[in-house]
Design a protein. Structure first.
Ligand SMILES: NC(=O)c1ccc[n+]([C@@H]2O[C@H](COP(=O)([O-])OP(=O)(O)OC[C@H]3O[C@@H](n4cnc5c(N)ncnc54)[C@H](OP(=O)(O)O)[C@@H]3O)[C@@H](O)[C@H]2O)c1
Length: 303
């Protein structure tokens, strides 16, 4: 398989690329970062310098591929003002237009990546039949989701991967971990809401399996076996980092520091089912819960 990864230098990409190379795929990575591409090229990856916000700079030079994997993300850690929200919304939409254009030009399927944005009530478990609910910052994906849906209805082959929070040595999780260690991250309010999680290696394995099997027009929630609350996860993360307890941040202060939109998303209570990714793709989790996954992720960060 010739696989083109948009966003292959980030947290998920850094686990996915070596997995695909080990399976014998030919891998191309699009990135804005020449140094990251040079490093990947030493591992046998074909680097493509380009920006998804300016696809006209690279799209005409793309060679044929069998699949496009869209794992680029315009989101960064920090306060979400209304102005920043508008910018990220615009970029998320542009990324989706670009990925769809690339898929059309290469006449190949696209794997898109969304997030487990569902609000479950007591006793409820969300699965792939649930519509994604957009609230808080997850509203940045409204237009993108509409475009993906329309392209699928027009016959463009699309697969949707829906991971929970991905943790591992990089990306937003690394930022969160560094802030926790320096006392700049804590638990908002009671922290008794659930957020689905997945270790980056297990998430990358799910993507590798979906690339191998290519079940067109399907969607897969990618999460571990163990629902856990924000407090359970963050306290265990702090203990793995050798800290006593993370601090608790009053909601009123969090709203000022993070902004209303981010706070609304952080308060999401969501429990999901991973039955489909296990049954259809055959995913076997190396880290069925954060209890095994977090020590491994933190060891990788600290080494
Ligand atoms: N992390 C999570 O908890 C989580 C949860 C659910 C879903 N997801 C989704 O999973 C995917 C992977 O997330 P991640 O955590 O691996 O992200 P990440 O570590 O933040 O990586 C972001 C990637 O996006 C690329 N990128 C950003 N702006 C770009 C642009 N203008 N043009 C081209 N590439 C650009 C970056 O490449 P360069 O900087 O090298 O250009 C980088 O490779 C994303 O689609 C994300 O929305 C993530």
């Amino acid at each position: 398989m010739k696989t083109l990864i948009l966003g292959g230098t980030g947290l998920l990409g850094s686990s996915l690329v070596p997995k695909l190379l080990a399976r014998g795929h030919e891998v191309s990575v699009l990135s804005r970062n020449p140094a990251a591409l040079s490093k990947l090229e030493t591992q046998g990856v074909k680097g493509i310098l380009g920006d998804l916000l300016e696809p006209e700079g690279f799209i005409s030079s793309l060679t044929p591929h069998d699949v496009v994997v869209s794992i680029a993300m315009p989101l960064e850690f920090g306060r979400m003002s209304r102005k920043r929200f508008e910018l990220i919304h615009e970029r998320t939409t542009k990324f989706t237009y670009s990925a769809l254009d690339i898929g059309r030009k290469l006449e190949c399927p696209i794997i898109f990546t969304l997030g487990t944005s569902y609000r479950t009530g007591p006793g409820e478990v969300a699965d792939e039949t649930w519509p994604i609910e957009r609230f808080g910052i997850t509203k940045v994906g409204i237009e993108a989701e509409r475009l993906i849906h329309e392209a699928g209805a027009d016959g463009q082959p699309i697969i949707q991967m829906i991971p929970g929070q991905i943790y591992g040595p990089g990306g937003m999780f690394l930022e969160m971990y560094n802030r926790l260690k320096s006392g700049r991250f804590g638990i908002v309010g009671k922290g008794d809401n659930h957020v689905p999680r997945i270790h980056v290696e297990d998430c990358a394995e799910a993507f590798a399996l979906v690339i191998d099997k290519m079940p067109a027009n399907e969607s897969f929630i990618v999460a571990d076996d163990t629902p856990c609350t924000v407090r359970e996860f963050t306290e265990f993360m702090a203990s793995c980092a050798g800290m006593s307890k993370p601090r608790t941040i009053p909601k009123i202060l969090a709203r000022i520091v993070l902004g209303k939109l981010l706070l609304e998303t952080m308060e999401m209570d969501c429990i999901v089912s991973n039955d489909k990714v296990k049954q259809v793709l055959g995913l076997e989790l190396k880290y069925p819960s954060y209890r095994e996954g977090l020590p491994a992720a933190i060891k990788a960060i600290e080494s």
